[in-house]
Design a protein around this ligand. Structure first.
Ligand code: SF4
Length: 175
């Protein structure tokens, strides 16, 4: 059951701000796009299974078209030559979009401190939440999704039009 946002309640009425209503709806209907390249993807499969059941958080609708998803979950080792592919998928997602780096490899390259592995996907796209672990257990992945829910719930509907957000995208060469 979703909790009511802050607002004013009286006999037969409840008033709150548009941002809070939109945040509440978005928070409980996040559609993940799993970008899984290696072992962390297996943990995501467990996260979606009946025991951990990510659908409890409104995220049962996993999509493989960037145009229909708003949460990019990058799981696994990302080789440097995969960096532009991750970025292209991100660019094809509509705003508002969020990103989780799941596991040590996606967050920092993990144990693969080599010439061929991207040392963290935040070198190519902005990341909202990092999930530690090699691999992270499903509980940690769920915790990461819940941290995203916190961000989604509190985000102003004007944030994506702000100079600060545009500046963030420009720092990644995204117009
Ligand atoms: S963080 Fe560990 S478990 Fe996850 S993809 Fe890298 S090596 Fe595999």
């Amino acid at each position: 059951m979703a909790e009511l946002p802050e607002g004013h309640m009286g006999d037969g009425f409840f008033a709150t701000s548009l941002s809070k209503v939109v945040g509440l709806a978005r928070k409980n209907s996040i559609w993940p796009l799993p970008f899984a390249t290696s072992c962390c993807g297996i943990e995501f499969m467990a996260t979606m299974g009946s025991h951990y059941d990510l659908s409890r958080f409104g995220s049962e609708r996993v999509g493989f078209s960037p145009r229909q998803c708003d949460l990019l979950m990058v799981m696994g080792t990302i080789a440097k030559k995969m960096g532009p592919v991750v970025k292209q998928v991100y660019l094809q997602m509509a705003e508002p979009r969020w990103v989780i780096a799941v596991g040590a490899c996606a967050s920092s390259g993990g144990i693969f401190d080599t010439y061929s592995v991207l040392q963290g996907i935040d070198q190519v796209i902005p990341v909202d939440v990092y999930v530690p672990g090699c691999p992270p257990r499903p509980e940690a992945i769920i915790d990461g999704v819940m941290r995203i829910q916190d961000l989604v719930e509190k985000e102003s509907i004007r944030r994506r039009d702000s100079d600060q957000y545009r500046g963030l995208l420009e720092s990644y060469g995204i117009q």
